[in-house]
Design a protein around this ligand. Structure first.
Ligand code: G6P
Length: 620
């Protein structure tokens, strides 16, 4: 949710920190701050409410000479978004400054205890409790900061990724994590007694400088030294051996590449992203599917009594499409669960269940907790994630990466279609092992699936007028999205996209259910988006459209190229190429993404950073 950047080395820290904050701004953007130990040895903390640009403006006349620093962009949990509650936070003596991602659940009792012992607080945050606790522990034990941090963190309940500066030791940067991600970048300058380290809550602020990274593990604490030394231990001071990974991400993927927004770029990237996602997995010549994550564990899937998919938000919608397909193709019952509900129930999980986590970030706190619960109950865990090396892939027994590239826009687009096509490949791979499809049907489904990226390109090329059309709907206060079968989850996802970035209320509904409630809302001001492809329950959906028309609702439809019946009944129509019923979601969602984008633009919204939302929800 929030973003952390850190640097220690020979370069000036400030430009690295600010650039990193800009790259991380998609994670949280209600306030930002930076702390450095400057050339004169002063530990400075500069913070401001609002975007990173506001911070930059407020720092213009300040000393920013330091070569060590930490910075933070915040998504408020405890305490309203203002400069006081923004990070970094000072300790009472102002010797320490600290940034934090996560939530300290026992912060109230810790604060009461610290106040009893004479510590005073400036903010309402749980983070300030952490820095005061570290300082108090150091005073009580007379130990160094590293040891004090280890001891302090032992009494903390909750999730954290932290970085700490100590003005008495400008050659060391300390960080630790539990439940919130933290990545150390090993600089190319390291060697011959010189060191350079970068720190990030994800790889985006680091990749510009180095592709050598270490993923800090839960309950690990690290000390990075200016001379190039790096020590990592757990909280009990047992030395850990860090594994250095090489990141494949490239810088272009983090830039807008000529598009006005990341969301628009990511919408248009989808055909190619899905080509990469299916590369080496869909074999065009043999008409086969090769998912190593399944091949290595095929017995688990063949014998699975049931599959449970846990996810949140957009990932939950793709999971629902996955359910329909896996049940149809592989004949295994599939349950789709909101991770946040699942984790707090006492769900029945059998040892021969397969539990799949679907998550773009691989860090969503509820999804992570849900699979940990399933693991404790003996299920086999499979992850479908985009961010390589994130927590969910590391916690699962097997899995498949999406490989659609970094998704920066808060509203998920290419990760959604990447998840859906991955679930299709997974369903086909299981069906192959279980022999639940005829050979002809299997080959035909593989063949059609590999044509989808080209059909997506066609869809994007043929729906260019959406920007003008979207202007007409800025007046709307509500939208209804309707779909049946495979397109019901598309209706949910289309409605979510509109809500997220335009702040117009929108509801997705199974088209036939409309009669049981939403039809009461329909009048001449209500836009109704209907996904009505030629296949599937076409006639039924035509009847549903009649019901809306006769109540004067405005129809926006997604139809198969060449359709005349629904087109004739619609006020506006998006065309998609013909495909198998099950694969329609991969095409139908594209105009709906564009519709929400252009309505939001027409309403003057910040589509990449919609209010109150965060890209990666690492708190409950
Ligand atoms: C947040 C994001 C959504 C995303 C959801 C689940 O709400 O804004 O775009 O769908 O989290 O995230 P995940 O990373 O687990 O897919």
């Amino acid at each position: 949710m929030c973003g952390i950047v850190g640097y220690i080395g020979e370069q000036q820290a400030y430009p690295i920190l600010i650039k990193g904050l800009h790259r991380l701004e998609y994670r949280g953007y209600d306030s930002a701050g930076v702390s450095m130990i400057n050339a004169d040895g002063v530990l400075s903390v500069y913070k401001s409410k609002g975007k990173v640009s506001a911070l930059e403006a407020s720092v213009a006349d300040k000393d920013i000479s330091g070569t060590i620093g930490i910075a933070h962009t915040r998504w408020a949990t405890h305490g309203e978004p203002n400069a006081i509650n923004a990070h970094p936070h000072f300790s009472q003596s102002k010797n320490l400054s600290l940034v934090h991602n996560g939530i300290i659940e026992n912060y109230k009792s810790l604060r009461i205890e610290l106040e009893k012992n004479g510590m005073t607080f400036c903010s309402e945050t749980d983070t300030e409790v952490l820095v005061q606790l570290v300082e108090y522990t150091q005073q009580q034990h007379g130990c160094d900061l590293y040891r004090a941090t280890q001891l302090a963190l032992k009494s903390v309940v909750g999730a954290y990724a932290i970085a700490i500066l100590d003005k008495r030791n400008p050659d060391q940067l300390i960080c630790a994590r539990k439940g919130s991600p933290l990545i150390i970048g090993v600089g190319t300058n390291n060697g011959a007694g010189k060191g350079e380290f970068f720190l990030g809550s994800d790889a985006t602020p680091i990749i510009e400088y180095t592709n050598k990274v270490i993923y800090l593990q839960d309950e690990e604490i690290a000390i990075m030294n200016r001379n190039g030394d790096l020590k990592i231990t757990n909280l009990s001071n047992v030395k850990q051996t860090p594994q250095v990974h090489t990141l494949q991400m490239n810088l272009d993927e983090l830039e807008k590449g000529g598009y006005a927004h990341f969301m628009l770029k990511e919408i248009y990237e989808q055909p190619n992203a899905l080509r990469i996602c299916t590369k080496g997995r869909l074999n065009i010549v043999d008409k086969d599917v090769l998912l190593s994550g399944i091949i290595d564990h095929k017995e688990k899937f063949v014998k699975a009594r049931r599959i449970i998919i846990c996810a949140c938000g957009t990932s939950w919608h793709s999971a629902l499409i996955g359910k329909y397909f896996i049940e149809e193709a592989a004949q295994i019952p599939v349950e789709v669960e909101y991770a946040s509900e699942f984790r707090y129930r006492n769900p029945v999980i059998f040892p021969d269940d397969v539990v799949i986590a679907v998550s773009q970030s691989g860090e969503t706190a509820d999804t992570l907790a849900a699979i940990q619960l399933a693991k404790d109950k003996g299920a086999f865990l499979y992850g479908i994630c985009n961010v390589i090396g994130s927590s969910i892939p590391r916690a699962t027994d097997s899995g498949t990466y999406l490989h659609v590239g970094p998704e920066i826009g808060v509203a998920s687009t290419k990760a959604f279609t990447g998840q859906v096509i991955t679930l299709f490949m997974l369903g086909l791979a299981i069906a192959k092992e279980k022999k639940t499809l005829s050979e002809d049907m299997f080959h035909m489904l593989v063949d059609e699936l590999q044509k989808i990226p080209d059909k997506m390109q066609w869809t994007l090329d043929h729906n260019k007028g959406i920007d003008n059309f979207a202007q007409m709907f800025t007046y709307a206060r509500n939208f209804i999205y309707l779909g049946r079968g495979y397109n019901y989850p598309v209706a949910l996802e289309g409605a979510l996209k509109l809500k997220e970035i335009s702040y117009i209320h929108a509801e997705g509904y199974p088209a036939a259910e409309m009669k049981h409630g939403p039809i009461a809302l329909i009048d001449e001001e209500m836009p109704v988006v209907v996904i009505a492809p030629k296949r599937g329950m076409y006639d039924k959906i035509v009847s549903n459209i009649q019901e809306i028309k006769s109540r004067k609702g405005k129809i926006i439809s997604v139809v198969t190229e060449g359709d005349t019946i629904v087109k004739g009944m619609s006020d506006y129509c998006f065309e998609i190429p013909d495909t198998r019923d099950c694969y329609v979601p991969l095409l139908a969602i594209l105009p709906l993404q564009l519709l929400s984008y252009y309505v939001a633009i027409a309403k003057g919204r910040n589509v990449d950073q919609p209010r109150n939302l965060a890209k990666s929800v690492t708190v409950e």
